[in-house]
Design a protein around this ligand. Structure first.
Ligand SMILES: Nc1ncnc2c1ncn2[C@@H]1O[C@H](COP(=O)(O)OP(=O)(O)O)[C@@H](O)[C@H]1O
Ligand SMILES: [Mg+2]
Length: 417
């Protein structure tokens, strides 16, 4: 091989990435920790692989064409053995090989560059900086024809689409996917890490050098952390009633199903639908929990009392459909009271968590992780139409059953009998 193939000592996580051969590999790892180097080598090695078709095609992609060129082009030329090369197309940044394969260096500032032709595989570098929908809309379809593979590599950038795809690789159980993560300290010399520590605030350091997905500051549910509050072991307890926490939005509409023993709360399931209505949501809830013997209790926004869909209030609809046990305040608590109830269930002052959710409840996790206060510090930022429905719904339940105000007035409660 050419001299550019200097020897590297792979650490175990890198070796796992190299040898496991998962179709989709998600690699959040620290700065300068060998992500791109490994990807370049993988791409070049792949060029000699035999396929059923004459022209296997691979891409090395970065968020922009300029970045792609800077990151990949020279090194890929240096790593490719000259006797493999049929032709180098400088302006297109493409190498065709004597095996018939091609490698293209592309910028996803125009994701259409990927579309239209089938690909056998490729790498998306600095994935956190790419357009959130590039994968599902432009890239994934182009990998279907040939069962193409893809690596998603980069440093985290807050709780965005990179985080989502990391979660998918981790939680879905989809065996086509693998998650590989390591920190810069596995590769970089100590002096360099210490130099970085001296100039970066702790949050930025964790993100850049430890591949940590850091939430934005000003988070509403600051006490939440997936590593503490997400529990795959949560199961439906056949002896406890279900609290059905309802939100009456239309698109999306998100309800949470929880149980409590009076001390802890376990959120075990979630119903999330687009463009729906109270009746359709309730049908789904009844399908899942209608036979639960200890029963189902409805909680939610007091606004659902007055607001009506097709003439009846949301709670009247639920009542009519058999969800008769309802615990809803006549008027809503203050937002801060509701939020404090949630946060104190997440972590009390003795550092004990009492609220947990199953990983399948993805909307509640996204809310708890990402919802922020607006600059006025009083209202929640609701600019993303997908957010706050799940956490609002859960908050009404928690505020009702675990209020922080000691003298919560029972007079404000309304029951449907
Ligand atoms: N085990 C290793 N794996 C990958 N690269 C390594 C390793 N050890 C040292 N290196 C060097 O570290 C550098 C990592 O750079 P790069 O792959 O561009 O980092 P990243 O893309 O993670 O920011 C490369 O120059 C590479 O030669
Ligand atoms: Mg890199």
């Amino acid at each position: 091989m050419p001299a550019r193939w200097y020897a590297l000592r792979y650490h175990p996580e890198q070796r796992r990435l190299w040898t496991e051969g998962r179709r989709f590999a998600v690699v959040p790892a620290g700065r300068r920790s060998g992500k791109t180097e490994l990807a370049k080598r993988r791409l070049v090695v792949t060029l000699s692989e035999k396929k059923q078709w004459a022209d296997p095609r691979y891409f090395a992609a970065a968020p922009t064409r300029g970045q792609a060129k800077r990151i990949f082009w020279n090194d890929i030329k240096l790593l490719t053995p000259p006797w493999w090369v049929r032709r180098v197309y400088e302006t297109d940044m493409c190498i065709s090989t004597v095996f018939g394969s091609e490698i293209w260096v592309v910028g996803l500032d125009k994701p259409q560059r990927i579309e239209g032709t089938p690909w056998d595989g490729g790498v998306l570098d600095e994935y956190a900086d790419m357009k959130a929908r590039a994968w599902s809309e432009n890239i994934r379809p182009a990998l279907s024809d040939r069962g193409g593979w893809c690596w998603f590599i980069g440093v985290p950038q807050g709780l965005n689409h990179f985080r989502d795809i990391v979660n998918y690789a981790q939680e879905s159980g989809d065996c086509e996917w693998g998650l590989y993560t390591w920190s810069s300290s596995d590769i970089l010399p100590r002096e360099e890490l210490e130099a970085a520590r001296r100039v970066l605030d702790p949050r930025t350091y964790r993100q850049e050098y430890e591949a940590s997905f850091e939430g934005a500051t000003g988070r509403v549910y600051y006490a939440y952390s997936a590593s503490v509050h997400e529990a795959g072991s949560i199961r439906l307890n056949p002896d406890l009633p279900i609290a059905l926490c309802c939100d009456f939005n239309v698109d999306p509409c998100v309800w949470e199903a929880a149980q409590t023993d009076g001390r802890s709360v376990w959120v075990l399931d979630e119903i999330a639908m687009r463009n729906t209505n109270t009746r359709e949501m309730a049908r789904e809830a009844l399908k899942r929990f209608g036979a639960h013997r200890p029963g189902v209790t409805v909680y939610g926004d007091a606004a659902g009392m007055s607001r009506s869909t097709a003439g009846s209030s949301d709670y009247a609809i639920l009542h009519e459909m058999g969800l008769k046990n309802q615990r809803v305040r006549r008027s809503n608590p203050h937002v801060k009271d509701r939020v404090n109830a949630v946060n104190s269930m997440l972590m009390n002052s003795m550092d004990e968590p009492r609220l947990f959710h199953h990983p399948r409840c993805v909307e509640i996790r996204k809310d708890l992780e990402t919802v922020e206060w607006r600059a006025n510090g009083v209202d929640m930022d609701k600019s993303d139409p997908m957010r706050t429905h799940a956490s609002d719904a859960l908050g009404y339940f928690l505020e009702y059953e675990f209020p922080l105000r000691i003298h919560a007035s029972r007079a404000g409660l309304k029951f449907y009998k």
